[in-house]
Design a binder for this molecule. Structure first.
Ligand code: FES
Length: 176
């Protein structure tokens, strides 16, 4: 609710859009796809690919370039859970919440990650190393409970292993 108000407050000239390669790439994409079906969705997906997430100034830029109202753009972003409005961590931890994983203890896996990282699902650690998220069935139900950290799949995960998984990534990143 609060966010919707913030978006409505965006006015012409209120946000300075830098003339950098990321925005130039997005502008080109908008020009090329302007008349295609579902073009706003495609543009938002491309913008998230370019920027990693969809901050307010990117939403404003898209609204301005496409003449689609900011409120409509914000509505699309909030409707689809794969869009993000906050920066994500270098490592995105996705805990599967599909039926098989749920039955085999996924809720405890989530609780343990939340405790070890000090964040809730949907949040990112302060050092921007981890984002905790959930997903529905990775198609590896035989390995339940399953988590994915970026592209890497971890099967038959137990709560006891989680601290070590986190520590090994932190070590790799020289954070410990
Ligand atoms: S339910 Fe988790 S991988 Fe299928």
């Amino acid at each position: 609710m609060k966010k919707q108000k913030e978006v409505k407050m965006i006015k012409e000239g209120a946000i300075k859009i830098p003339n950098n390669p990321q925005y130039r790439r997005l502008k080109e994409f908008i020009e090329e796809n302007r008349n295609k079906k579902d073009f706003i969705l495609q543009i938002l997906l491309e913008a998230q690919k370019i920027f990693g997430y969809l901050p307010e100034e990117v939403q404003y830029f898209i609204a301005k370039e496409t003449n689609v109202p900011s409120a409509k753009i914000y509505g699309i972003i909030t409707f689809y859970n794969f869009f993000r409005t906050k920066p994500i961590g270098k490592y995105v931890i996705n805990v599967c919440l599909g039926t098989a994983c749920h039955v085999k203890g996924a809720p405890r896996i989530i609780e343990t990650f939340e405790r070890c990282l000090g964040i809730k699902v949907g949040e990112t650690t302060e050092d921007k190393l981890f984002t905790l998220s959930t997903a529905r069935c990775f198609g590896a139900c035989g390995l339940a409970p399953v988590i994915m950290i970026n592209e890497e799949v971890y099967g038959k995960v137990t709560p006891a292993e989680i601290e070590n998984i986190i520590k090994s990534i932190e070590k790799r990143e020289n954070r410990r």
